[in-house]
Ligand binder design. Structure first.
Ligand SMILES: [Ca+2]
Ligand SMILES: [Ca+2]
Ligand SMILES: [Ca+2]
Ligand SMILES: [Ca+2]
Length: 467
């Protein structure tokens, strides 16, 4: 088997990888530089007069703090808090010498001027996110601020404030409605009553036995406080939460999909929904006795997503793919590669398979293998550094490799358009690169054709939102 593989590798390198080695190399890390992300907002218009007011009232011996996540990505957050048609302003900053304590100033517009209404201490060393949500349906938004603390990497403090246009007797305009330690949180209408509740994930790693749970907090109209509407335990073995997604299907209760890491690389997905009859949160994928979610476990951190674009979210699970290998980015070594099955869980908790595929995660595409016979008779060799995926015949019983069937390459545009790739079909184009396919003669005989390329090879986007 070893010999066979060597022959496969060698012939493939000569036939295929040689043109790749000529023009380029290296990986495809596409990250924005830190300086780019940390750029302060440019003062213009409203911001310029607001900045002046801020310097006059608070002083210049300060550093602005920019929320790192969410829609409001500026230290000056403008929002019409009292719905009078004029924006108020929240300014996040820290005083030099005490940079680990974020403070918050609230300004109101009066004519051309900005007036300081309140200046108060925040609850962390950085601002994670700011959002505005009407939690009691009175048309006035509550302010949700998520603070990062220096003490904890896994948890944040989420504070919900209410703004009063007219200052109260103590001169304060912001009132704290609730303050919670959260691992992640997101406002959503989980019980379909037209108002947003706060969906919160908690992870207690400090406890003797680690515990994780989801909570829903709802606003009480009379007391204007948040109360615990529901709570459910979750898989306790998770190391971190990766994302919260909502699946809204007309006529059905909202379902929440939570992706979570198990260790460094493994991932699970919890499904959580509000059961109106039972008046509690339910978790169809969690074993109720062991409090473990093993059904959704996969060896790669692939998030759940609507892989077939039909409006419902699928969960990837993986199984051994005999004979298949992948060289991961930055590594020279081929490791076992798994087939990914995208699992659909229906409203009764029954699971089925939406898509079987080979995932090329570094290039964000997948190859769907719908035909069961084809699936059983092929192996794949992927290389994230060379940006290639090669499918060949494989005999499951003897472990012998046969002919190469299909080759996929992502290459810089200039190269992809060169003579060397004349016989390749274009699949899709990125900003700087292009993904191409080549079906061999044996591939044609195995039934691969242009319609397979068009229908089975798809790009996808990993969405990983977190409040
Ligand atoms: Ca206003
Ligand atoms: Ca409100
Ligand atoms: Ca609701
Ligand atoms: Ca779907």
């Amino acid at each position: 088997m070893r010999d066979k593989r060597n022959v496969f590798w060698r012939s493939a390198v000569i036939a295929v990888l040689l043109p790749l080695l000529l023009g380029f190399g290296g990986c495809s890390v596409r990250m924005r530089s830190v300086s780019e992300l940390m750029r302060p907002p440019l003062p213009f218009g409203d911001n310029e007069s607001l900045q002046k007011a801020f310097y006059d009232e608070i002083g210049r011996d300060t550093q602005l703090k920019i929320p790192v996540s969410g829609k409001h990505h500026s230290a000056y957050v403008l929002y019409d808090l009292d719905t009078d048609g004029e924006n108020e302003a929240l300014v996040f900053y820290a005083v030099n010498g005490d940079l680990n304590a974020v403070r918050l100033s609230v300004f109101r517009k009066a004519g051309e001027d900005w007036l300081l209404r309140e200046d108060l201490a925040g609850s962390g060393s950085e601002v994670y996110s700011v959002s505005f949500v009407d939690m009691n349906g009175d048309g006035v938004m509550e302010i949700l601020i998520s603070w990062t603390t220096a003490e904890s990497k896994t948890s944040r403090v989420l504070t919900v404030y209410e703004y009063s246009g007219a200052p109260e007797t103590d001169g304060k305009v912001l009132r704290v409605i609730a303050s919670e330690n959260v691992s992640a949180a997101e406002p959503m209408d989980i019980d379909s009553d037209g108002r947003a509740e706060l969906f919160v994930l908690h992870q207690q790693v400090t406890a003797q036995r680690p515990q994780s749970f989801a909570r829903v907090l709802k606003m009480d109209d009379e007391t204007r406080t948040l109360y615990l509407m529901g709570e459910t335990p979750l898989d306790a073995d998770v190391s971190a939460y990766a994302g919260i997604k909502q699946e809204a299907v007309r006529g059905q209760p909202l379902r929440v999909f939570v992706d979570a890491y198990r260790g460094e690389n493994q991932m699970i997905t919890e499904i959580i929904e509000w059961n109106a009859k039972k008046e509690r949160l339910v978790t169809p994928l969690l074993d109720p006795v062991l409090l473990k979610n093993t059904l959704s476990l996969r060896r790669e951190p692939i998030p759940s997503m609507d892989i077939d674009a039909d409006g419902t979210i699928e969960i990837p699970v993986q199984s051994v793919w005999p004979g298949s290998k992948m060289v991961r980015q930055g590594s020279g070594e081929a490791v076992n590669y798994a087939m990914t099955r995208w699992m659909t869980v229906d409203r009764a908790g029954k699971e089925s398979s939406a898509v079987w595929c080979a995932m090329m995660r570094s290039e964000r595409y997948y190859v769907a293998l719908t035909d069961q016979e084809l699936r059983a008779a092929i192996a794949v060799f992927g290389d994230e550094n060379e940006r290639t995926m090669r499918f060949c015949e494989y005999d499951n019983t003897s472990g012998a490799y046969g002919d190469e069937l299909l080759l996929l390459i992502t290459a810089p545009k200039a190269q992809a358009q060169s003579e060397a790739y004349r016989d390749y079909k274009r699949l899709f184009e990125g900003e700087t690169s292009m993904t191409l396919a080549y079906i061999t003669q044996s591939g044609v005989q195995a039934g691969l054709n242009e319609s397979f390329l068009r229908n089975n090879i798809k790009q996808y986007t990993e969405v990983s939102a977190n409040g």
